[in-house]
Ligand binder design. Structure first.
Ligand SMILES: Cc1ncc(C[n+]2csc(CCOP(=O)(O)OP(=O)(O)O)c2C)c(N)n1
Ligand code: SF4
Length: 311
């Protein structure tokens, strides 16, 4: 529970509570998959009964990065590829916050790839949502780390010579304790997965397939998709690292051949989070940083002082 809670706890929340009172509420292109992520995230928060003022959404740069402006909660629109270090710092300072980080495939698997692997390795308790549209959207459709081999764009006019990154396998190798893939075209599954990911105590990685009708019209592989949990052919033990790895390998190989396997791939509920580990060896204070300087009687006074000192 955050020390900053201001909302009546008995009140029932709905999606409007996570909708900021600004116009326009989103400037993504018509048909953009990013709308699906926003909708699923709002739905998940309502289902979980999380208050906007107990939640922090940190984003990187890109069309996906705009999510923190379109979602009502504490928000931090950070720099390209750096949402995870910001999110980690905030979570350590105030573990009562529900922290969600988000960004594009270029943001998360390209420029922020190193942070991705190490945040997974340390198992920070947060949810990381990567909008995977297989291109750089905001900068007009250049080849990204998840673009298929041979993908032609202004940056790779003769086609990409590189195999795309395997984000699920990378995440597992890194050490993430919850890994799933979902798609904007499947809002029910997306919401279910986000609920599970947010509830999980540890690093949850959700690779969210999103369509970009403006710059990536060729990406048809999002449909039809298969939910591996609902298809006996793909049965495996989600808690077994080796079996999960094999399922991911299959999913990541099939994606570019047109079979989209979505669902939960790995769930380890036994591994302690970074925060728990550090606290158990006495490396983190009992009282989090955010609470050490919190004085409810002086909150507004201090805010005013801050504003006055910076104007
Ligand atoms: C350090 C840095 N390098 C490059 C850019 C330019 N830039 C802005 S958005 C973007 C691409 C974003 O693509 P992606 O992360 O895939 O997100 P999308 O827009 O597709 O959601 C780039 C390269 C930047 N803002 N900062
Ligand atoms: S450019 Fe693509 S990713 Fe960006 S808002 Fe438009 S459709 Fe969405």
């Amino acid at each position: 529970m955050s020390v900053f809670t201001a909302i009546d706890e008995d009140r029932e929340l709905d999606e409007e509570d996570f909708t900021p009172g600004i116009e326009p509420q989103a400037t993504w292109c018509p048909g953009c998959g990013d709308f699906g992520v926003l909708k699923a995230l709002k739905g998940a928060m309502v289902e979980l009964g999380r208050d906007p003022d107990e939640t922090l959404l940190v984003t990187g740069i890109g069309c996906s990065g705009k999510l923190s402006s379109y979602f009502e909660s504490y928000g931090f629109h950070s720099i390209h590829g750096r949402s995870l270090p910001v999110a980690r710092a905030a979570k350590l300072a105030n573990p009562g916050l529900e922290v969600v980080a988000a960004g594009g495939d270029g943001d998360g698997y390209g420029i922020g790839g190193n942070h991705f692997v190490h945040t997974a390795r340390e198992n920070h308790d947060m949810t990381y949502v990567v909008f995977n549209n297989e291109i750089f959207g905001l900068t007009k459709g250049q080849t990204s780390p998840t673009s298929p081999k041979g993908h032609k764009s202004k940056t790779q006019p003769h086609g990409s010579a590189k195999d795309p990154i395997r984000p699920l396998s990378l995440s597992l190798t890194g050490g993430a304790s919850y890994i799933a893939r979902t798609a904007a075209v499947n809002p029910n599954q997306a919401q279910e997965i986000l609920v599970e990911a947010i509830e999980h105590d540890g690093f949850s990685h959700v690779d969210f397939l999103t369509q970009c009708p403006t710059w990536n019209k060729d990406a048809k592989q999002y449909v039809p998709y298969v939910d591996i949990q609902k298809n006996e052919e793909y049965e495996f033990d989600i808690t077994d690292r080796r079996e999960a790895g094999e399922a991911m390998y299959e999913a990541e190989s099939a994606l570019y051949d047109g079979t989209v396997l979505t669902g939960r791939f790995y769930h380890d509920e036994t591994r302690p989070s970074y925060h728990e580990e550090k606290q158990s060896v006495g490396e983190l204070p009992e009282q989090p940083l955010a609470e050490q300087y919190f004085d409810p009687d002086r909150e507004w006074e201090r805010s005013l002082e801050l504003v006055e000192n910076h104007t």
